[in-house]
Design a protein around this ligand. Structure first.
Ligand SMILES: Nc1ncnc2c1ncn2[C@@H]1O[C@H](COP(=O)(O)OP(=O)(O)OP(=O)(O)O)[C@@H](O)[C@H]1O
Length: 229
C-alpha cells in the first residue's frame, strides 16, 4: 500500500536520510523506532511532502507521490498526525475533525470516528485547547481519519502521554487497522507500545535502517539496545 524506495532527504548540504527503502502492506502496522535525532520526524515529513526528498520514490498503491505537494498526497490517501499533535486549540473538537472532511467533501463527521473515540463525542463542543494531552492525540488521529486515508502516518504519538492512555491508544490503532483496514506507520521510542500494536518493527539509526523484525520474532533486548543512550 505504501512503497518507499531509496529515499534520500537533506537539509541544505547535510543528508539526514540515506536511501531508505521499506513497504507497508494493507492493514499492517509498521513501527519505526529510534532515539532522538535519528531521522524519524524527517522521514515522516518527507513522506508527507512537508520536507522535500532529494532522491528516491514514494508510492501509494500504484501512484507515485514523491513529486506531489502535501495536499495532493492527502488526496491520494496519505494522512499525517505530526509530532506535538498540532490540533487547532481555539476550534471545538467537532470543528477540528471537520477540517479533515474537506478532502472527502462530506459534511458531517462519520459516526465511525466517534465510535472509535467516544470521549470526543462527549466533548465535541469543547475547545481543542482545553483537552488533555491524550484526548488531543485522539483528536489529531480522528481529524486524520476524517480524510478517509489509505495510509496513516503518526509521529511519536505517545510523547507526553500517560501509560494507561498509551495502552488504550495501542488498542485503538489495532481497531483502525482491523476494522478500517488502514496501513499505519508509527514512529516511536516506547518499545512496549510498539509491541502492543506493531506487526513489524524497523529500527532507524542516523538515517538508515539497522534492524527489522516481525513482532512474533522480535528480540526485545536487541531493539532496546538501539533505543537506549
Ligand atoms: N530543519 C532542520 N534543519 C537542519 N537539520 C535538521 C532539521 N531538522 C532536523 N535536523 C537534523 O536531522 C537529524 C534527524 O532529525 P529528526 O528530527 O528527523 O530526528 P528524530 O528521530 O525524529 O528525533 P526526535 O525524536 O527528536 O523527533 C538530526 O541530526 C537533526 O539535527
Amino acid at each position: 500500500m505504501l512503497c518507499v524506495e531509496k529515499l534520500k532527504v537533506s537539509y541544505g548540504q547535510s543528508e539526514v536520510i540515506h536511501g531508505l527503502s521499506f513497504d507497508v502492506k494493507p492493514a499492517e502496522i509498521v513501527a519505526i523506532m529510534g532515539r532522538n535525532g535519528m531521522g524519524k520526524t524527517t522521514l515522516m515529513k518527507s513522506l508527507m511532502g512537508v520536507v522535500p526528498s532529494a532522491a528516491g520514490s514514494i508510492r501509494i498503491g500504484e501512484t507515485p507521490v514523491e513529486r506531489l505537494e502535501s495536499y495532493e498526497r492527502v488526496a491520494k490517501g496519505l494522512a499525517y498526525v505530526p509530532q506535538g499533535r498540532m490540533i487547532f486549540s481555539t476550534l471545538t473538537v467537532q470543528e477540528n475533525i471537520e477540517t479533515g472532511l474537506s478532502v472527502t467533501g462530506e459534511r458531517s463527521v462519520p459516526g465511525q470516528i466517534y465510535e472509535l473515540f467516544p470521549v470526543l463525542l462527549e466533548m465535541k463542543g469543547r475547545r481543542g485547547g482545553n483537552l488533555s494531552g491524550g484526548q488531543q492525540q485522539q483528536l489529531a488521529i480522528a481529524r486524520a481519519l476524517a480524510s478517509k486515508p489509505k495510509v496513516l502516518l503518526l509521529d511519536e504519538p505517545t510523547e507526553g502521554i500517560q501509560p494507561s492512555i498509551i495502552k488504550e491508544m495501542a488498542r485503538t490503532l489495532c481497531r483502525i487497522r482491523d476494522e478500517i483496514g488502514l496501513s499505519i506507520v508509527v514512529s516511536e521510542q516506547v518499545l512496549s507500545f510498539a509491541l502492543d500494536m506493531a506487526d513489524r518493527v524497523l529500527v532507524i539509526e542516523k538515517g538508515e535502517f539497522v534492524h527489522e523484525a516481525p513482532r512474533a520474532g522480535i528480540d526485545e533486548a536487541r531493539v532496546s539496545s538501539f533505543l537506549s543512550v
